[in-house]
Ligand binder design. Structure first.
Ligand code: ZN
Length: 149
């Protein structure tokens, strides 16, 4: 178990150091901003949706390692997914980080399972889920900034 935890830590460190899709998307049709004042995490997510599929996604922002790595891993995970599948994945991720699902399906979650340990740190749950709430707002076209408060 300790080895697994170390592996997960590596995933988070890697994505914090070299975040994927960390760029302004030039050609997008959905956008939302997310704010976690408790920690100071701020992100902006742009999505290009084509025929109900997340064709491309980019993000900018600043925050702690957890929020940055989570946003990076999220963009990697949902790119190419239908909106329905991305919403389902958010449900699984949310259940994992909040501890509602104590035995998350690692196969479905893939690298996202790296955030399984977050449930031990309630203050960090918001850091890990900010990206997903922001994506949801973008896909729903709410246009309102998301705050975890
Ligand atoms: Zn944070």
């Amino acid at each position: 178990m300790a080895e697994l935890r170390e592996l997960y830590q590596q995933v988070i460190l890697d994505h914090n150091r070299a975040p994927r899709n960390f760029r302004v998307l030039e050609d997008f049709n959905r956008e939302a901003k997310g704010d976690n004042p408790l920690c100071g995490d701020k992100i902006a997510v742009q999505v290009r949706v084509e025929d109900g599929v997340i064709a491309d996604i980019g993000f900018q922002g600043s925050g702690c390692a957890i929020s940055k790595a989570s946003t990076s891993l999220m963009t990697d995970a949902v790119k190419g997914m239908t909106i329905g599948d991305a919403t389902k994945l958010f449900g699984r991720f949310h259940a994992m980080v909040t501890g509602q699902d104590r035995n998350p399906d690692r196969k479905t979650l893939g690298k996202l399972a790296a955030f399984g340990g977050v449930r031990e740190f309630p203050a960090r749950v918001k850091c890990a889920s900010l990206a997903w709430h922001t994506l949801k707002a973008a896909l729903e076209g709410a246009g309102q900034p998301v705050s975890t408060e």
